[in-house]
Design a protein around this ligand. Structure first.
Ligand code: F0G
Length: 353
């Protein structure tokens, strides 16, 4: 069999791996950079792109960091991994743990996980504990459990540095595809690991002489869960964008550093703005992401409407997860079925032809 390049090997010189690190892979990374021609034109932007992370093996960007975190957990002799999650981290952890043949334990907020993510996690054999709490409280419990000495378990939330190391690879790919660094990178911010990882990735690529310059980092939080924007933790975060329903991000200060060092911004977008961008990505570009993922596009649209963007700027929006993760929101947001009898006449009438 001819082997395609594996993400971790391809970028090994930038990652904490050695010959002793187990070579685990489900085919993560190398995701498409799609030019958003129609959406860009509607906003007067000539160079608007989407980094479509939903094409990763479990349908989100989490696989980039999880492949490394689970490989390194194996290397250090862990027999189990544990995480708190709004759904994507758990789906990814469950899949890589299954492939590695180790146990996966998940603690998640009951009733707040999109269906696709929950079934992905369960089918892969993870043991899932639902708690009547939010993500932040679940993560506090998980951190304490991981520190107990009697269980050789590795925490695989983004507080694990290997997660962020792996997630840097998305920044490398964007630079490789564009042949340069973008002017602006726009992305949703939840626990703030991804914005931290991208900023590190762009910095390392520049330092290695692969590109000149780094993008401004533009992060967007949902208005009902925007602690970094308001400057204080949100006790009861609330948004339809369940993936980023987080009130006290673990990488808060590093997200602020990425914003400030890059001359960027972290702003709020409303649920309506998120859903509108989510629908337009599907209808105008054929790109179906999950609602949270559209937060970056929503933020770019606000900036374009406010006249804050150079029409020629190279802008990349990270679409962090696949639309099929959350079928319920898709169904509520999409047009309904037309009804007809099975005759040419009846179908024509239904179509208004
Ligand atoms: N987009 C999606 C689809 C996510 O699942 C997440 C985080 C984010 C954006 C935000 O990324 O936390 O690095 O700022 N999901 C985590 C989880 C919290 O448990 O799956 P971040």
């Amino acid at each position: 069999m001819t082997e395609r390049p594996r993400l971790v090997q391809h970028y090994a010189r930038f990652l904490p791996v050695t010959a002793a690190t187990p070579a685990l892979s489900l085919g993560e990374g190398f995701t498409p950079l799609v030019q958003l021609r129609r959406l860009g034109a509607s906003l007067g932007l000539g160079n608007l792109y989407a980094k479509v992370e939903g094409t990763n093996p479990t349908g989100s960007f989490k696989d980039r960091g999880m492949v490394l975190a689970v490989s390194r957990a194996l290397e250090t002799g862990a027999t189990a991994v544990i995480c708190a999650s709004t759904g994507n981290t758990s789906a990814s952890a469950a899949a890589y743990a299954a492939a590695a043949g180790i146990e996966c334990v998940v603690v998640l907020p009951r009733g707040q996980i999109a269906t696709g993510k929950l079934v992905q996690t369960l089918i892969a054999g993870a043991r899932v504990v639902a708690v009547d709490a939010n993500f932040d409280q679940a993560l506090t419990v998980v951190r304490a459990l991981a520190e107990q000495d009697d269980h050789p378990v590795a925490i695989v939330n983004s507080v694990n540095p290997d997660r962020l190391e792996g997630q840097k690879t998305a920044a490398f790919e964007i630079c490789d595809d564009l042949g340069r660094a973008p002017d602006i990178l726009a992305l949703p911010v939840g626990n703030a690991g991804n914005i931290t990882a991208y900023w590190a990735g762009f910095g390392e690529y520049e330092a290695a002489g692969r590109v000149r310059g780094r993008p401004r980092m533009w992060g967007f939080q949902a208005a009902g869960a925007a602690p970094i924007v308001t400057g204080r933790p949100v006790e009861r975060p609330d948004t339809i964008a369940t993936a980023i329903r987080i009130g006290n991000p673990a990488s808060w200060s590093r997200a602020v550093a990425a914003r400030d060092e890059s001359g960027g911004r972290i702003q709020a977008v409303t649920d309506e703005e998120i859903l509108s961008a989510y629908r337009d990505l599907a209808r105008m570009e054929g790109v179906f992401c999950e609602p949270s993922s559209a937060a970056g596009v929503a933020g770019i649209r606000n900036a374009a409407v406010a006249g804050e963007l150079d029409p020629d700027a190279v802008i990349v929006c990270v679409l962090t997860g696949h639309g099929l993760k959350d079928p319920a929101t898709a169904e509520r947001s999409a047009p309904g079925l037309l009804e007809a009898e099975a005759t040419v006449g009846s179908v024509s009438v239904a179509l208004g032809w």
